[in-house]
Design a protein around this ligand. Structure first.
Ligand code: HEC
Length: 131
């Protein structure tokens, strides 16, 4: 057997095993995205919302800032059916929106802020944990 074969076998095995446990995208190259914001840490997310200055445009409960209304207030976002009226509101889609809103809607006024996947997961965990 050459050196490649065991690795390919392990990869295939991992796919089979992961697919059994996590049915979403376990074998894809976006496997890390599979559980979206639910992996995130809400307390880190609250800080990240400040660090990326999301509160410069959004009023966010628990994140101090001035009263601004460039973007919609994010209070109650967990209960909304759609993100920006475009994407069904799921953790994965929130991460996607936060990382690259213009990929979802080229005309949106929300800029791409270079949010990392880990930070977007944390923000999503916070946003979805608010009332
Ligand atoms: C320059 C202002 C601006 C900044 C900075 C900004 N946003 Fe937005 N955001 C907007 C606007 C405007 C919308 C409405 C988008 C639309 O409907 O096209 C929006 C929409 C949203 C929505 C969907 C809200 C809803 O009710 O559907 C979320 C969630 C959101 N932003 C999160 C964030 C996060 C997290 C950050 C920081 C990483 C951030 N935004 C930074 C302007 C901004």
């Amino acid at each position: 057997m050459n050196a490649f074969a065991p690795r390919a076998f392990r990869y295939a095995l991992r796919c089979v095993l992961l697919t059994a446990v996590i049915p979403v995208a376990a074998c894809g190259d976006r496997g890390a995205d599979a559980s979206g914001g639910m992996q995130g840490n809400p307390e880190r997310g609250r800080l990240a919302l400040t660090q990326y200055a999301c509160h410069a445009c959004h009023k966010i409960p628990g994140v101090t800032g001035s009263d601004v209304f460039v973007g919609p207030p994010l209070k109650g976002i967990a209960g909304r059916k759609f993100i920006a009226g475009r994407l069904p509101n799921t953790a994965d889609n929130l991460v996607r929106w936060i990382r690259d809103p213009k990929q979802v809607d080229p005309l949106t006024a929300m800029p791409m802020l270079g949010v990392t996947e880990a930070d977007a997961n944390d923000m999503t965990a916070y946003l979805l944990s608010m009332d």
